[in-house]
Design a binder for this molecule. Structure first.
Ligand code: CA
Length: 231
């Protein structure tokens, strides 16, 4: 499903340039040349993010942002303001109105794309409430808790981090050295055997719930998390 971005900008040249760039990044782009058209577009289809120019012919950008923020349907949609006004005061006014971020014109497309990505990631995170599931295994990343089916399962800190890493990267083999790097960090003096010890502990816990098959040993290569086997 393509993410939809609404670009509200009265200058056709800038709008086209932004649309072209965003479409190339894989977004679907809706356009509006003024505030009333923008509201009509939103009523038709809710975008995942909005870019709103500071100066619009019928309403100021910040005023439009305020209206979107007052409406329950559009309250949480991320908004980036585009502005020729680079003064700090104006920016603060824009953010006060409810924009999440702002970008001064001339717009750097590279910058714009980076900000869009960051904002979309943030809102996605909220939707998912920081959790990962694979089969019967559910990790609540905020609380650092594992549930198998409906049962809460206690894990040590290292076992938790190991499982979290595995669940974030299913179906891929990791060597002991890679796991040390990714899960333990830069502690090079830890022996690779340590990984085996913690994998063993993790499996032992999972075994009580018949879920130990989720972590597979790949002979001569390392370990792999299998989502199918976690079912
Ligand atoms: Ca304008």
């Amino acid at each position: 499903m393509k993410k939809q971005i609404l670009c509200v900008e009265d200058e056709a040249g800038i709008r086209n340039m932004i649309r072209f760039s965003l479409e190339r990044e894989g977004y679907s782009v809706m356009e509006a040349a003024d505030a009333s058209h923008a509201r009509a577009q939103v009523a038709e289809s809710l975008p995942d993010l909005m870019l709103i120019d500071w100066m619009l012919p019928d309403l100021s950008g910040p005023e439009l942002v305020k209206r979107f923020r007052r409406d329950e349907l559009t309250r949480d949609i991320p908004i980036i303001m585009l502005t020729a006004k680079a003064e700090e005061e104006d920016m603060i006014y824009g953010l006060d109105a409810g924009a999440d971020d702002y970008l001064a014109k001339p717009v750097s497309l590279k910058n714009l794309n980076a900000r869009i990505k960051a904002l979309l990631r943030r809102t996605e995170g909220f939707d998912e409430q920081h959790s990962i599931s694979a089969g019967r295994l559910h990790l609540n990343q905020d609380a650092h808790q594992l549930r198998i089916g409906n049962e809460p399962v206690h894990l040590g800190t290292t076992e938790y981090r190991l499982l979290e890493f595995f669940m974030q990267h299913p179906g891929k083999v990791y060597s002991r050295a890679q796991l040390l790097d990714f899960v333990w960090g830069q502690t090079t003096y830890i022996e690779e055997r340590t990984v085996d010890v913690h994998v063993l502990r993790l499996r032992k816990t999972l075994k009580q719930y018949d879920a130990e098959q989720a972590i597979q040993t790949v002979r001569g290569a390392g370990y792999l998390f299998s989502t199918e086997n976690a079912a």
